[in-house]
Design a protein around this ligand. Sequence first.
Ligand SMILES: Nc1nc2c(ncn2[C@@H]2O[C@H](COP(=O)(O)OP(=O)(O)O)[C@@H](O)[C@H]2O)c(=O)[nH]1
Ligand SMILES: [Mg+2]
Ligand SMILES: [Zn+2]
Length: 334
Amino acid sequence: MAENKEKNQTNRAVVVKHTGSHYLLSHLPDWNPFMAVVKGKLRLDDTTNTNPIAVGDIVEYEGTPSSTSSENPCTIKRVLERRNCIVRRSTNLSRQNHLIAANIDRVFLTVTIKDPEVKLQFVDRFLVTCQAYDVPVTILLNKADVYRGDENSQELKDEDLAAMAAGFSQIYANAGYEVIETSVKSGLNIEKLRELCKDKVVLFSGQSGVGKSSLINALDPKLNLKTAEISQAHLQGKHTTTFYQMHPISSGGFVVDTPGIRGFGLVNFSKEELSNYFPEMMRVQDGCRFNPCTHTHEPGCAVKEAVERGEISPLRYDSYLAMLEDDGKYREAE
Ligand SMILES: Nc1nc2c(ncn2[C@@H]2O[C@H](COP(=O)(O)OP(=O)(O)O)[C@@H](O)[C@H]2O)c(=O)[nH]1
Ligand SMILES: [Mg+2]
Ligand SMILES: [Zn+2]
C-alpha cells in the first residue's frame, strides 16, 4: 500500500529474545531491543520446528521500533534463510525439533573433567551435530583450577585429573578441534575467550554444572546470569519450553546461554554420511578402497588403518560405531 509506505516500511533485525508471546529484536551490532509480534501467517518454508523463529534469526518486520514495552509492537513478516541453526528434538516420540538458535558464529562446547565428569559420547554426538549443522565449535575445558595450581606456580594440584585433562585435550586436538582450558576462578584464558567472542554471536552449551553461566559472567560481570542452578532436565518435558536469549558482551559480541539442556537431537543422516562429520575421518577416507565406505567391515579401509596406527582415537571410533548402531532413529546427544 503506497500511502502507508513510510509506516509499513520493511526492515531487518535480529531476534535477541523470545518470551512466548512476543519477541525482542535488535539491529545488531547495535543493542536497541524493541518489541515485535507475529500476526497471522508467517512466510516460512520449514514446518518441522515447533517454534518457527529462534534467537539469532534475521527477520523482516513492519512498523516503527519503539521500545521493549508491548505498546505498538512491530510485526514480524518473514524469517530470512538461516546460515545455520542448532536444534533439539522436542520430545522422545515426536519428530519435531525445537530450534535453539540460528545464525551462530561459534559454539563453545563446555566440559569439565570432574564435577561433572565429561561424557565422551555426549561430546562426540554434540560435535557431530555441530558439523552437520555447519556451526564452528570450540571446546572449553573449564574448571582448570581444580587440577592446576595458581598461574604462577608450575606445580599441579591434582596430577591424576591433570593427566585426564591432557588426555582429553589430545583426543580432540587430534580430531581437529580447538580445546581451550579455562577457569572462572583463576581467570585462565578468559581474555582469550573475550577475543573469540568479539563481533560474533556465540552459544555456550554443555552439560549442566560445567560453568557455562559462570564463564559468561566472567566475560562480562554486568550480565550477572544465575549460576549453580538446579538441573532443569525434569522440567523439560512435553509441556515446558525453554526460552533463549542473547546478551551483549561489553567488550564486543553477543552470547546465548543454554540452561539445563538435556541433549541435542541429531539430524537423520545416512550411514554413509556419518563419517563426514568426524573431521579426522574425513581427512583420510579418500584412501578407502570402497566409496562409500562405512569404515566397519570393508577391506582396505583407510579409516580403520588410521585407528590401528593410533592416528585416529579408538574412543572417537567407538563413538562413531555407537552412532551407526542407532540406525534409523533420531540420534540424541544424551
Ligand atoms: N572451581 C571452579 N568452579 C567453577 C568454575 N566455573 C564454574 N564453577 C562452579 O560450577 C558450578 C556450576 O556453574 P554454572 O555456571 O551454574 O554452570 P552451568 O550449569 O553450566 O551454567 C557453580 O557452583 C560455579 O561456581 C571454575 O572455573 N572453577
Ligand atoms: Mg547455567
Ligand atoms: Zn573406510
